[in-house]
Design a protein around this ligand. Structure first.
Ligand SMILES: [Cu+2]
Length: 123
């Protein structure tokens, strides 16, 4: 009985370690996007308001410089959103974009309407 328990624990721990390894490897082998754009958020604007990028992978580094929480969301792209970031917090959002114009908004209710809109132009 004890031996079985020990085996189970070993299997469990090995499983966790294995998962960790896979995650670490995925994080490191994923090529860092060549394009990194910094974007500041505050009440109620993005700075800059107009971003440009070339087609391909883009990483947007969003920093909340405001007093309340904000998010960075690209409605035209599936799952392209950060969580709501508290004041002082930042997050990166990796996107794959084609030529075109993408609207960036803050998804916190009322913020888009208050002016938290930016444009990403890809060409
Ligand atoms: Cu906001």
């Amino acid at each position: 009985m004890k031996r079985v328990t020990r085996l189970l624990i070993l299997a469990f721990v090995t499983g966790i370690a294995g998962t960790g390894l896979v995650m670490i490897r995925a994080g490191h082998s994923g090529q860092a996007p060549a394009q990194v754009i910094q974007l500041e958020m505050k009440e109620f604007t993005f700075t800059p308001k107009a971003l440009t990028a070339k087609p391909g992978s883009v990483r947007i580094l969003a920093r909340n410089k405001g007093m309340v929480e904000h998010s960075l969301t690209v409605p035209a792209l599936k799952n392209a959103t950060t969580k709501n970031l508290l004041a002082g917090k930042s997050a990166s959002l990796d996107l794959t974009v084609r030529a075109g114009t993408y609207q960036i908004v803050c998804d916190v209710p009322g913020h888009k309407e208050a002016g938290m809109v930016a444009t990403l132009t890809v060409r």
